[in-house]
Design a protein. Sequence first.
Length: 258
Amino acid sequence: MPPSEIVLITGASSGIGLELARAFARDRSDLVLVARRADKLEALARELKEKHGIDVRVVPKDLARPESPAELFEALRNRGVAVDVLVNNAGFGMHGRFAELDAAGQLEMVQLNVVALTALTRLFLPGMIARRKGGVLNVASTAAFQPGPMLSAYYATKAFVLSLTEGISEELRGTGVRATCLCPGPTTTEFIARADMAESKLFQAGAMSAERAARKGHRAFRRGKVVAIPGIVNSLGAFATRLSPRWLARKVTMILNG
Ligand SMILES: NC(=O)c1ccc[n+]([C@@H]2O[C@H](COP(=O)([O-])OP(=O)(O)OC[C@H]3O[C@@H](n4cnc5c(N)ncnc54)[C@H](OP(=O)(O)O)[C@@H]3O)[C@@H](O)[C@H]2O)c1
């Protein structure tokens, strides 16, 4: 069991984020849960407090608003809450042709998946380094490993998250702070409906439970692993992508996402 710590999890109201909250709660870590749906966060907070006797704070927040990361950081600092572990999990995808998908929606996605994640990491990391403790667990996707026609902007956001996290992980060597990137493949969550992916070959071929994906990410973070891909099929897929020419990776992904 890790020493007492405070873990902030974004997107904890459903799916992988909710299961990551359960995983860190099992370690008896205190939690700060962030997402827009306050009722879902409150219900999870009640469950985890009762079950594990931990302290759980709920901060309802729309992280796609550009001011939100700084507001969240300031609010916690003013209350004397020092975040040891930051889990950047909140995110969504949009399925369709880039030139036809809603432009504002795509920019909101980049704001949440990329800008908010980057801002929160930059805000919380210096405190962790000063205390020589904790780290960042960022949720990317197997989408990070190749271009993704029919979800082109989404795949690009996840490539950013993987690259940023791997870069930071090297910079952090010797600081006592770690950075891990969880790259799940298709996972059964609200993501499927929001991204309009239920009919895609990718999800028709089968999806992992959110609990399994979260357990893998939590374990990898605890062990100081930099890149974690849950499931052998997803790992092989990411590996095969690295070996195949980019034109082939693009074409196969177009078929899977189509
Ligand atoms: N499911 C998959 O197949 C899959 C595969 C690879 C990677 N991922 C990644 O895994 C992460 C979690 O997704 P999931 O699959 O668990 O989907 P999910 O069930 O839809 O969960 C997404 C979470 O993000 C939160 N969120 C969305 N927009 C937000 C906003 N503007 N501000 C604050 N929070 C927001 C949602 O909460 P509210 O709606 O309450 O705000 C929810 O808690 C995402 O980064 C996703 O890209 C998913």
